[in-house]
Design a protein around this ligand. Structure first.
Ligand code: 16G
Ligand code: ZN
Length: 528
């Protein structure tokens, strides 16, 4: 490690005085102008991580659904997962090191983690369409090269595409080809194969309006469209040619405001969906004949997908276990429907994809979605092998079901929640089952709910347990929430400190919107 070179280059990416950051659920995220030093340092860290894991590591420059002025950075681990928690701490230390301590902090991390410094390092880099992203990704590259790491810069990619590239590269191409064409071809082939089986292929199933949040999703969907345009035609809105990234559009806007994005022309009962700014989240929606807006969020996506998978498993007669993973934000109706009607086991984890992903790995087939639309389905290696065998061995209907499952495995991004991949899965299922968007929506009725943000002096005073559903501190808070919840029917409420903003989040649901609103309000008063 040429520490003098590090010092020299680090000075060119100086840390603003007094700035302290933490590597959180979304990596580092803040105003782009303060991030140059973080990018350089994450380039350094990616090299150490790559040496340590003897694998390719990914660095993604994005701030997802945040405003255009923000940016952020996340490291991607060898199998396409989020960075391991112990290294999140190293990331935080390195990002906060004063200039004169850079050498010692780097040495410290290398020693603590027992990094073999002689090992080669390889880092792949991707970025979203923010004006600041290109320059910031150059700073990452500067960090990588100063430590002697090799790199490949993919340039513009969606976040899940970068996860895919990392996964492909570390599995010797077994998962797929680590190129953008490789990604398009793998997913499109699976999608085309799957939809071939659709007996309901009338026009109404074949077109979809997509709000791309004025982000990278538009570029990538446009490139990919050609590969599946025979089966599905997509009309892109908020494609970045006019509007501002994430401004009044995108999955986060639609989910939190419960209304359509600006610029979308919605006819009644037409299927529409929104990606977020880095295309790792998706939500669907439509206007009914009366002009009412209906949101179909991650919970309903998980339900549609799980029921489809369960039917296929029944068809092939294999007892592979399936589990659904949600967070505390999952609508109570979805949890009840999954457990009681569909009879699938449901688990709740803390907010943040890494928690859901980790839990989902425990099952043969693990379905995970956050209500905000981030999720995917994971197949264990054993389940995948079994399914691929059955697709060869079985006959007739069983074989057809096994083949469909095989295509579903290929269509889901096994490394991360992926708006493009999820969209194609959903479109295939709707076509195969002959379901309209209203029929899908009618699976169950969401309980009215309300989310509020509360500004407090120190949000860390609130700590939680039971997958964030119970407050442990401050003393008395949980008892107060319990008393409030008792006043309403079908009610539930929780509070948790946000991992991405300096606020406390309150969630409440109840039998009517009025009740949910007032319960949320009362709980936020109890927090304050
Ligand atoms: C991050 C998480 C997302 C989570 C959100 C919660 C990842 C890739 N992203 O964006 O899953 O829903 O944080 O934010 O893990 P909050 O802590 O502010 O509520
Ligand atoms: Zn995102």
């Amino acid at each position: 490690m040429d520490l003098d070179a590090v010092t020299k280059h680090s000075a060119l990416h100086a840390k603003p005085n007094g700035l302290i950051l933490q590597y959180g659920t979304a990596g580092f995220r803040m105003k782009a102008e303060h991030l140059d030093h973080v990018m350089f340092r994450m380039g350094l860290l990616a090299v150490l991580r790559s040496k340590y894991t003897k694998s390719t590591i990914g660095v993604m420059v994005t701030a997802s659904h945040n405003p255009e002025e923000d940016n952020g950075v996340k490291l991607v681990d060898p199998l396409g997962e989020m960075l391991a928690p112990s290294w999140e701490e190293h990331a935080t230390c390195l990002a906060n090191a004063e200039e004169e301590d850079m050498q010692s902090v780097l040495m410290d991390i290398s020693e603590k983690a027992a990094v073999d410094l002689q090992q080669d390092a390889f880092v792949v880099i991707g970025r979203d369409t923010r004006p600041s992203s290109q320059k910031l990704s150059q700073s990452v590259i500067d960090g990588v090269t100063v430590l002697g790491g090799q790199f490949h810069d993919y340039g513009l990619l969606t976040t899940p595409q970068l996860h895919y590239m990392v996964y492909c590269r570390n599995t010797n191409g077994q998962y797929g080809k680590a190129t953008i064409e490789g990604y398009y071809q793998k997913l499109s082939k699976a999608f085309v194969e799957l939809t071939k089986q659709a007996f309901c292929s009338g026009d109404e199933y074949r077109s979809l309006k997509v709000d791309c949040a004025n982000g990278i999703g538009a570029l990538k969907l446009r490139e990919m469209e050609y590969y599946f345009s025979q089966e599905l035609s997509v009309q892109l809105y908020n494609d970045g040619t006019k509007g501002k990234l994430n401004h009044l559009c995108g999955a986060d806007f639609v989910k939190s405001h419960q209304k359509p994005p600006q610029g979308m022309e919605m006819k009644s009962n037409e299927r529409c969906c929104s990606f977020d700014g880095d295309a790792d989240r998706i939500v669907y929606y439509y206007h009914d004949a009366d002009g009412h807006f209906h949101l179909i969020d991650g919970d309903k996506i998980a339900t549609l997908i799980s029921s489809f998978l369960k039917e296929l498993l029944l068809e092939i007669g294999e007892s592979l276990n399936i589990g659904v993973v949600q967070t505390a934000y999952a609508n109570g109706s979805s949890t009840r429907y999954l457990k009681e009607v569909m009879k699938v086991p449901v688990y709740c984890t803390k907010t943040g994809v890494k928690h859901l992903h980790h839990k989902a790995q425990e099952f043969d087939i693990g379905v995970y979605f956050e209500a905000n639309g981030h999720g995917t389905v994971l197949f264990s290696k054993a389940a995948e092998m079994k399914i691929r065998e059955l697709a060869k061995e079985l006959e007739d209907k069983k074989r057809k079901a096994a083949k469909m499952l095989e295509n579903v495995i290929d269509l889901f991004n096994q490394a991360a929640g992926d708006a493009i991949s999820d969209m194609l899965v959903i479109e295939a299922i709707l076509a195969l089952k002959g379901l309209t968007v209203q029929q899908w929506d009618a699976l169950y009725t969401d309980l009215p709910n309300r989310q509020l943000k509360v500004k407090v002096a120190d949000r860390q005073l609130i700590s939680t347990t039971d997958a964030e559903r119970q407050a442990v501190t401050p003393p008395g808070l949980q008892e107060a929430i319990n008393d409030l919840v008792k006043k309403y029917e079908l009610s539930r409420a929780f509070v948790r400190p946000s991992g991405t903003e300096d606020i406390v989040r309150v969630y409440a649901e109840a039998d009517s919107q009025e009740s949910a609103d007032s319960l949320a309000y009362e709980v936020s008063v109890a927090v304050f």
